[in-house]
Design a protein around this ligand. Structure first.
Ligand code: DLZ
Length: 165
């Protein structure tokens, strides 16, 4: 329970995403969780008025590839925003730290260079349990937690509209 107005919100009052073209790129790593996050993202975009025909979904191998894919696809000029979705789960080596850092920095750079919003939809989790909870798949019932994908859909519409002011 958070303080109203200070917590992450999946509602965006009196805002329409109609006419916006949104690129969604997701990884194949941790695909069952990523699919659930992507589905919530797309559902929220549609709820906010983005036409399903204006949503393009592409996939890449892993989170490390997300920045390059975002750069390659955004430079076509076909999109108003991109959402990069992946799940990084810490293992026994330093892979997690390097990929998390590279993909975070890379996505920020791609967005600033392209002057387009690139939404950070990568969960960086210390366990699979953490990731499941953040996709609304946690707990004994497999339905607990909060699916962050919806938040990423809101963020994309909000930032794409801001970019058009
Ligand atoms: C190699 C790797 C590892 C260990 N873990 C993940 C992960 O948890 N989530 C993810 O999206 N990708 C992972 N990868 C793959 C890298 O992101 C990348 O695809 C490969 O290193 C090839 O560049």
């Amino acid at each position: 329970m958070g303080i109203k107005g200070l917590t992450a919100s999946t509602t965006l009052a009196s805002t329409s995403g109609a006419g916006l073209k949104v690129l969604v790129i997701h990884t194949r790593w941790n695909l069952s969780i990523v699919d659930t996050l992507t589905a919530a993202t797309v559902a929220k975009l549609i709820e906010l008025g983005v036409a399903s025909s204006d949503i393009t979904i592409k996939q890449v191998p892993g989170a490390y590839e997300l920045p390059f894919a975002a750069q390659a696809l955004l430079k076509t000029g076909a999109y108003d925003a991109a959402i990069a979705i992946g799940v990084l789960i810490k293992g026994d080596t330093m892979h997690f730290e390097y990929i998390a850092d590279a993909s975070t920095q890379g996505l920020m750079r791609v967005g600033l260079d392209a002057k387009l919003p690139v939404i950070f939809g990568i969960l960086t989790c210390l366990s699979e349990e953490q990731a499941l909870l953040r996709a609304g798949l946690g707990g004994p019932d497999g339905k607990s937690g909060h699916n962050h994908g919806a938040d990423w859909g809101v963020a994309a519409v909000e930032m794409a509209l801001l970019n058009k002011l």
